[in-house]
Ligand binder design. Sequence first.
Ligand SMILES: [Zn+2]
Length: 699
Amino acid sequence: MWLNFILMSENNHTPNRYTITAALPYTNGPIHIGHLAGVYVPADIYARYLRLTGKEVAFVCGSDEHGVAISMKAKKEDVTPKEIIDKYHTIIKKSFQDFGITFDNYSRTSADVHHETASEFFKKLYEQSDFIEETTAQLYDEEAKQFLADRFVIGTCPKCGHEEAYGDQCENCGSSLNATDLINPKSTITGSTPTTKETKHWFLPLDRYEGFLREWILEGHKNDWKPNVYGQCKSWIDGGLEPRAVTRDLDWGIPVPVEGGEGKVLYVWFDAPIGYISSTKEWAEREGKDWEPYWKDENTKLVHFIGKDNIVFHCIIFPAILKSHGGYILPENVPANEFLNLEGNKLSTSKNWAVWLHEYLEEFPDMQDVLRYTLTANAPETKDNDFTWKDFQARNNNELVAILGNFINRVVVLTNKYYEGVVPAPSNFTELDRETLDTLKKYPEIISTSLERYRFREAAQEFMNLARLGNKYLADEEPWKVIKQDEERVKTIMYVALQIAAGLAVLSEPFLPFTSSKLKEILAVGSSAEETSWNDVSTKETLLTAEHKINQSQLLFRKIEDSEIQKQLDKLEAAKKANENENKVVTPQKDTITFDDFTKLDMRVGTIIEAEKMPKTKKLLVLKVDTGIDTRTIVSGIAESFKAEDIIGKKVTVLVNLAPRPLRGVESQGMILMTENKEGKLVFVNPDEDGVGNGEGIN
Ligand SMILES: [Zn+2]
């Protein structure tokens, strides 16, 4: 037992250097809460936590500016890809900064350093004969005169049957695909069914890496990788890995840097993960550091934060590339999250079903921490999860305001009131005081344990439990009552409460960084990591010594009103409506007619004077209509929308010179003009009533 313990601790030397990567966002749109919850918030919590514990950290990210997603967006907006990437790179970079994501470097894959690094990787693998060079038939759009790969083609996934799988990947089951695997492929450029055309590409023979991947993932990371990540990897490896093309016939991307590569670019998922390395190089250059230990030293721990749709690229393809190149470390962990939904529906950039970060920052100024907290407390760590505005409001009002904010406010206000802001000297500690202070000392480790296992929800809840502890301590001890009988006792109570407040100031930093700095300001404690580190909360005898002077209270959190939540819900409802209207199919305009054609139509106002159901039919009513020139019989297919007795006396528009025609043995002598309302119900032509939409045909 003892021997075992000693051996374990010898092998288990904690690394001191970390390279943390967060998935590179595509620059085809701004950042939304799904991206934040899945990747950037947990990655930032982790990076901030490690820095507080004294680790060397390179936390890198950057814009992914290649790939078909960019070309498509440029085509759609009729601008160049360069204009698209410049626009969104700026928006994304600024919104991350304003939200407090502490990347050490935020680069972009259009940077020279990245083009050089990615080209060097390709050339090295090419020279080592690690690629297969092959001419194969690839999907081709004759109309657009373009090969179809990746997002330029959608079709049915051969693995799960999802009907909108892309040419390189199915986002439903996460499978990595070749475009030619798709069933019923369709070009997303022209909508046409592609033909095939021969072209030469370089393939990474993933099948050759099966042994390595089995040993490294299936045997090596069975116990420390999240079950969702491990399970996906296992099913791909067990299902048989196939060679994957790493080049494309596109005009946007990094040119293939070898002979025969003219007119071709690197596949975006070949170059994008290398972007983490380029970003680290850029950072090291700026900071006067050496980038290599961050990627090549076996004692460095590399962790990739991604969403579940990127697992195959980070666990199979990128490691195969790194392994092939040689000299690089492999990820220690890839804590991929599941997806976040919004109010019960899948987040969608194209349908504008999202909460956009840059809009949130404008609408809820200085409330970054509320969103961070809600997204962490409800993170999609083990299954898809739902963001609702009601939950956002409740997390704020019931936890941040009522527990954390309330506790801090009481401590600070009372300290200022009783002692003019000077921390009082304690006298005799009661059993409860000692217990409370001991419990406080345990929190750094409790929270660390959750964070080291990438359980961010649990960690945030543990943090809030410390605020609960403080709140309960004050509520039980009631210093505002005791002060009337025992002033000495109150000094001890306030001293204990102040220690908890100081602990919260330190431990809140990864989760609520803006609140943490306000709190440090209020308590007048150092804001740099050297002055108050994570472990000080456990090891220091006191965090706030007697005689230390604190500042006045400031508002940490404010209540969120129902009206603010309603405004957000209305905004989503409007997005839904706009989307429905956009997707509505309106019959195209018919051929132009002359005025003479029009005057041939004889339309009159009439009144329905009799109506009855045509026997044995579902749809037909037999009407007698007073047209002003005569009373005639008209058979109309409106029985599913109207009851006969309800329309007697109704004024209608009648086309009176339509050639008579027999319907079920009754001669119909004209036509009543009808249209459809938004529920698909027939209504008499009167565009002002019944919600008839523009473009509805009259017939
Ligand atoms: Zn699928």
